[in-house]
Design a binder for this molecule. Structure first.
Ligand code: GRF
Length: 227
């Protein structure tokens, strides 16, 4: 009997390049999950991209809801209706409340464009330049009520170059993200990565630091695709 693949719901607000990388990884078999739905909280450009990839989409316009609790409840209802077993936030620009986060604890992950715990919040590339950091990158973490503060699963990093600007860093970090995020989604889908209290388990053993993705220029594929 063929085991049923876990269903992944992806939640976006913007252009959806990480979403597309995850979808493509699932479609080529590199990520052992099926994409149940892509949901946006606004008229995000990524919705058309998802549809072009053959994925069911929904828009839940946040501004039409009285408050965060009401929006969060609608988002949870849609994710459950589409049977999402786990959820990837991919450029989702809203803060989710503690009830939502608690409901999906251990099944809700996010990608953040910095080497957490450094540079939480917005404008991370400018933060890196202002701090004079030698390295930068992206982190995938379990979502907890602590914004950008949940246990980090894995990171991919790069060296900041003298000529780098916020925009060049953004482009370079995104290349890393498009390889890192599908990979981590695969680990969560297969159960290799789990949240145990405040610890991340990998193959049943606690991580004392995030996994460092061994992405090097030599192993990169054109366009950052994983397959
Ligand atoms: C990514 O850089 C991600 O780290 C951050 O938002 C950006 C989303 O980009 N959370 P995209 O919509 O996936 O292209």
């Amino acid at each position: 009997m063929i085991a049923k693949l876990p269903a992944l719901g992806i939640v976006i607000s913007g252009r959806g390049s990480n979403m597309a990388a995850i979808v493509r990884a699932a479609q080529c078999g590199a990520l052992p999950a099926r994409i149940a739905v892509v949901i946006a909280d606004r008229a995000a450009a990524g919705l058309e991209l998802a549809q072009a990839l053959g994925i069911t989409t929904e828009t839940i316009p946040a501004r039409e809801f009285a408050d965060r609790t009401a929006f969060d409840a609608a988002l949870a209802a849609a994710l459950d209706q589409h049977g999402a077993d786990f959820i990837a936030l991919a450029g989702f620009m809203r803060i989710l409340g503690a009830v939502f986060v608690g409901r999906y604890r251990g099944r809700l992950i996010n990608i953040h464009p910095s080497l957490l715990p450094q540079h939480k919040g917005l404008h991370t590339h400018a933060q890196v330049l202002a701090a004079g950091d030698a390295s930068h990158g992206a982190s995938v973490h379990f979502v907890t009520p602590d914004l950008d503060g949940g246990p980090v699963i894995a990171q991919a990093s790069l060296q900041v170059q003298p000529a780098d600007t916020a925009s060049s860093l953004s482009a370079r970090v995104q290349q890393l993200e498009h390889m890192l995020y599908p990979k981590v989604c695969g680990w969560v889908a297969s159960g290799r990565v789990q949240l145990d209290g405040d610890r991340v388990l990998f193959d049943g053993l606690p991580l004392d630091q995030p996994l460092i993705d061994s992405i090097t220029p030599r192993t990169r594929h054109a366009g950052g695709a994983v397959c």
